[in-house]
Design a protein around this ligand. Structure first.
Ligand SMILES: [Zn+2]
Length: 71
């Protein structure tokens, strides 16, 4: 029986991820502490749409200028 997953961001039900990064199929995110150690309880399963959205968010960061940041 196929394992069914639920996206922790948008709630959609899905079976498999297909989005890849460096030849690995992605499945979600983990937050890290300042020592680059993954925090297990922060793991989030993400559907492909949310993984693409996350990737877009990361890419767009270089263009973002936070209005609250004053020099
Ligand atoms: Zn999602």
């Amino acid at each position: 029986m196929a394992r069914v997953k639920k996206c922790d961001r948008c709630g959609v039900i899905y079976q498999n991820n297909q989005v890849t990064k460096n030849c690995e199929v992605l499945g979600g995110i983990n937050l890290c502490n300042r020592h680059d150690e993954s925090l297990e309880e922060t793991h989030k399963d993400l559907c492909d749409d949310c993984l693409r959205s996350l990737d877009k968010w990361l890419q767009e960061g270089s263009k973002v200028h936070h209005a609250s940041e004053k020099v």
